[in-house]
Design a protein around this ligand. Structure first.
Ligand code: HEM
Length: 499
């Protein structure tokens, strides 16, 4: 009898605790947006699955375009419509311009110096100002046009050699080497990767790919901070290896330049490493070696895989839709004709090409959840109260496929952008592959030139055939979630020289 009473009492206490736990977060966070209750302790972690962008999209269909989701010990808000994105990235741009820094970005104190991870304070502003005026201004980019044309010509020569041998070309790999070399020449006047000699290129590709993949993987230590000490998935360990190797590379470039200064006893001022080293040499300068290395890391990591993945998806969509490929080819023939290569200066006149790239970015934004924003202080948003320090995810992938914003949203139809006013500047919130507001991608002016230029050059110079008798319908168009939304199966196609 006594035992039965104890059991009953224990059961009551257990049930009280259980339901108390379930309802506690709702009661205290009454003014947070709605969202799934999730499991005790884990929250909705198990619901994220392998394709986080798609899982969040599905949940938003139940809970709405502004949703709260509990992931372990962390509360996150998720934005899934153009209207709410406008509230967050425009109306409350300043309030949400913080960054939620995961464990991966803390490797070797990267986040303390990195433009991508610093809070939007004076040091971040200074780095953005430097990049906007010294690296990505029209004047600076125009000055380096010849260099980019040279790198694209090298890519075309590489593809031409493959076409002579009848070999398939791995588009993503080639585009990545080109993107890496464009970034490295912009800063160091030097290639870091080589299309012909696979080893260095492969190592860099692996490093950048490894960083992206590791940083994009949901990390338990981000959701359960006490686990930071144990690093249960080895994220910190893996990132430390990648970062150390990248730092060695940058150290070697900087050392080489310093030795060149010593030997010539004069300073060249025609690339950004020179400018940065001069700034760094000034007393009290904020451009310490750590800052320089974080800046280079940001540029290589944020600027290469995003660019090459977009090129790969654009080519894949064109091969999957031969009619669109024909339409682009015909535009290139009309404006450029056979016999001369595409030049970067041709790009602004090619409206269909522009539409192809935009449509590719709508369906396959390389950063499907942008980078994680964070509310700086408590904010009133759409009638809810978002506490300061809340991670804020904008699902750009879902917004690009919202049937209320786009007709027939999953079909690849560049025509929807022809004659449309929508641009990349993040003013139309249904199309934000580069983000919007003060945290919009700083490398946008470079990406806007490189992606269409490479796609146009590949399509103009070569005809492309899928390998092994594969039909366009059979081409695998599945993606793989990470920080970058990549093609699951790399695109390999056989080129034939047009002229
Ligand atoms: C197709 C190419 C690219 C796409 C789609 C892209 C997209 C993005 C997105 C979505 C963000 C985050 C915006 C946000 O959090 O709201 C971002 C940030 C950033 N991007 Fe890009 N990007 C591309 C190319 C580049 C290039 C070429 C560079 C530099 C060489 C670059 C450097 C950066 C940096 C440094 C940030 C962090 C900015 C900050 O937090 O202030 N990106 N990019």
């Amino acid at each position: 009898m006594e035992f039965a009473f104890d059991l009953l009492l224990c059961s009551c206490i257990f049930l009280l605790c259980f339901f108390g736990f379930l309802f506690f977060p709702r009661k205290t966070n009454r003014r947070l947006p709605p969202g799934p209750v999730g499991l005790p302790f884990l929250g909705s972690l198990l619901e994220l699955g392998n394709k986080v962008n798609e899982s969040l999209y599905s949940l938003s269909k139940i809970y709405g375009p502004l949703m709260t989701i509990r992931l372990g010990m962390k509360t996150v808000i998720v934005v899934s419509s153009a209207k709410v994105a406008e509230e967050v990235l425009h109306k409350h741009d300043r309030d949400f311009s913080g960054r939620s820094v995961g464990e991966a970005a803390k490797t070797l104190d990267h986040y303390k110096h990195s433009m991508a991870w610093l809070p939007a304070g004076p040091r971040w502003r200074e780095l953005r100002r430097f990049c906007n005026t010294e690296v990505f201004s029209s004047k600076r980019l125009d000055a380096l046009r010849g260099l980019r044309e040279k790198k694209v010509e090298e890519l075309l020569q590489h593809v031409q050699a493959a076409s002579a041998d009848g070999c398939a070309v791995d588009i993503g790999r080639c585009a990545l080497v080109t993107a890496l070399n464009i970034v490295s020449n912009t800063f160091f006047s030097k290639d870091v990767a080589n299309l012909e000699h696979g080893v260095a290129a492969q190592e860099l590709k692996d490093l950048v790919g490894g960083i992206m993949e590791t940083a994009g993987r949901p990390n338990l230590a981000d959701f359960f901070p006490p686990l930071r000490l144990v690093d249960p998935q080895g994220v910190r360990r893996a990132m430390t290896g990648f970062f150390q190797r990248m730092h060695e590379l940058f150290d070697a470039m900087i050392e080489e330049r310093l030795q060149a200064y010593a030997a010539a006893s004069s300073v060249r001022t025609d690339d950004f490493l020179d400018v940065l080293l001069q700034l760094g040499g000034k007393p009290g300068s904020e451009y310490t070696m750590d800052v320089l290395k974080s800046l280079f890391m940001d540029m290589f990591v944020a600027g290469s895989d995003t660019t090459s993945s977009t090129i790969e998806w654009a080519m894949a969509e064109l091969l999957h839709h031969p009619g669109k490929m024909a339409a682009l080819r015909s535009e290139l023939k009309k404006f450029i004709g056979d016999g001369r290569p595409v030049e970067e200066a041709d790009i602004p006149q090619l409206a269909y090409l522009d539409a192809v790239v935009k449509e590719t970015l709508r369906l396959h934004p390389p950063l499907p959840l942008l980078l994680p924003h964070e509310s700086e202080d408590t904010v009133e948003l759409c009638g809810y109260t978002i506490p300061g320090g809340t991670q804020t995810i904008v699902n750009a992938w879902a917004i690009g496929r919202d049937p209320q914003a786009w007709e027939d949203p999953v079909s690849f139809s560049p025509e929807r952008f022809v004659g449309s006013e929508i641009n990349y500047k993040g003013r139309d919130f249904k199309f934000i592959p580069f983000g919007a507001g003060r945290r919009i991608c700083v490398g946008l002016p470079l990406a806007k030139r490189v992606v269409p230029f490479v796609v146009a050059s590949l399509v103009h110079r070569f005809s492309w055939k899928l390998p092994d008798g594969m039909t366009p319908e059979q081409l695998d168009m599945d993606d793989m979630f990470g920080l970058i939304l990549k093609k699951r199966v790399p695109l390999k196609v056989v080129p034939a020289l047009n002229f």
